[in-house]
Design a protein around this ligand. Structure first.
Ligand code: SF4
Length: 434
């Protein structure tokens, strides 16, 4: 039996997509890259932006032909768009075998078993394992590359940012137990992971019981740092509220933690941040990042920014530019606001003309690109440590992509001399002295 997994959206969605494959892996499915070769497809959808949702729905439509070729094939649609539009998807695409929303992911193995167990038994030809490892061989799910793995530590979100659909489709925060997180991380390191990225919608709000006491995110970082063989530890996406002195101290005191923090600011206008319900202001962002940089001088900060939020004036936008100039992110993900049905801001007038949104986006991108280029250029001539993820391609500890002529097998942390820059990427040559 062969399985093809497609995930739309963020890293969490990719990690979830692979987790959604687990019950099928346990039934002996092997992974295939091409849908045509598959007996089953798991399509993990995203609904954060309309574009991502449209792409998933379009793919479901196109998969009708795939199903028609062999009605025994199984199509599972899961994730955030499935949560938001479940009954509609089932009605609009009746050939979908199972629709499972994001809130049900913890219950997903049971749902799959109940709905499709008998079908899978009928399909079974072999019980060889996923990726050839043998069924139940280990948590070979949630990998960014053969040596870099994801570990999801929490799901859902207790915030209510006015533009965001996530709390509606993923529900309140649920935290995975400490032992489960550590066990998964150790197992992934045993399977070859040199780097682990902890994932969660507000990843640093994680906490869990350890016997009689509560363990919070900073301690989790330190406990993770004690795992033998784990060379790099990252986490996404932290919420500014939980960037505390304790968290900064844990980052500094845990050598495996990479010098990189992705801190979504969204706007530099305190007036807009209130309307967005972001629960911080620009002064707090500057204060926390200044503390972090004092404690960890090599750290790089990256961010997310929205332009054209309802009622955004030129003055608000200038404040965003000002915050970006002061924050100096080495990397920025920028977006034009578009209303998302089901959110609070979708009820507000989308009153910034598209031409103004576009013009602001271009000005913002010009500034962000300049800062990225400065950060890249500052590295030319330096020797950096890189986790070689693909034989000549990897990331520096502070998050820059770098390529260099391959000199050895992937999966090692190697020294590379930076000799130039490309678009958003460093170019290097090996500096390994053997
Ligand atoms: S913190 Fe805000 S933007 Fe992030 S997932 Fe929660 S509601 Fe959405």
């Amino acid at each position: 039996m062969r399985l093809h997994v497609v995930s739309f959206g963020c890293q969490m969605s990719v990690a979830d997509g692979e987790e959604l494959a687990s019950p099928l892996k346990d039934r002996g499915f092997t992974a295939v890259a091409e849908p045509d070769a598959a007996n089953a497809i798991v399509l993990n959808t995203c609904t954060v932006r309309q574009h991502a949702e449209d792409k998933a729905l379009s793919l479901i439509g196109r998969l009708r032909e795939w199903k028609d070729k062999d009605p025994e094939r199984v199509l599972i649609v899961a994730g955030c768009a499935a949560e938001r539009l479940g009954p509609w998807i089932q009605k609009r695409f009746p050939y979908v075998d199972l629709v499972v929303g994001a809130k049900s992911i913890e219950d997903y193995p049971r749902i799959v078993e109940e709905a499709l167990g008998a079908r899978f038994d009928a399909l079974a030809e072999t019980r060889q394992g996923f990726d050839g490892q043998g069924a139940g061989a280990g948590p070979r799910t949630g990998w960014a590359s053969p040596c870099s793995a994801f570990v999801t530590i929490m799901r859902g979100c207790n915030y209510s940012c006015s533009y965001c659909i996530v709390p509606a489709v993923r529900g309140r925060e649920l935290y995975r137990p400490l032992d489960t997180v550590l066990a998964e991380a150790r197992a992934k390191v045993a399977l070859g992971a040199k780097e682990i990225t902890l994932l969660g919608q507000t990843v640093n709000s994680w906490h869990a019981a350890d016997g009689q006491r509560q363990v919070f995110f900073p301690e989790l970082l330190m406990r993770m740092g004690g795992i033998d063989g784990l060379e790099r530890l990252r986490f996404e996406s932290p919420h500014p509220h939980y960037v505390t002195d304790d968290m900064i101290a844990a980052m500094v005191g845990t050598p495996a933690v990479c010098g990189q923090l992705h801190l979504p600011i969204q706007s530099g206008s305190d007036r807009l941040l209130k309307i967005m319900r972001r629960s911080y202001d620009s002064a707090e962002i500057l204060d926390k990042t200044a503390r972090l940089r004092r404690a960890m001088p090599h750290v790089e900060v990256s961010t997310d920014i929205i332009v054209g939020f309802p009622s955004e004036t030129e003055e608000d936008f200038e404040r965003t530019l000002d915050l970006v100039r002061r924050l100096r992110p080495s990397w920025s993900y920028t977006f034009k606001y578009s209303p998302r049905e089901g959110t609070e801001s979708a009820k507000m007038a989308d009153d910034v003309p598209d031409a103004a949104k576009e013009e602001r986006l271009q000005r913002l991108n010009a500034l962000c690109d300049e800062l990225t280029e400065e950060a890249l250029s500052a590295r030319v001539g330096r020797v950096v440590e890189v986790l070689d993820e693909q034989g000549g391609f990897g990331r520096t500890g502070d998050g820059f992509k770098i390529s260099w002529p391959e000199t050895g097998p992937a999966g090692r942390v190697v020294k590379v001399r930076v000799i130039g820059t490309g678009r958003r990427v460093l170019k290097g040559e090996s500096d390994e002295r053997t």
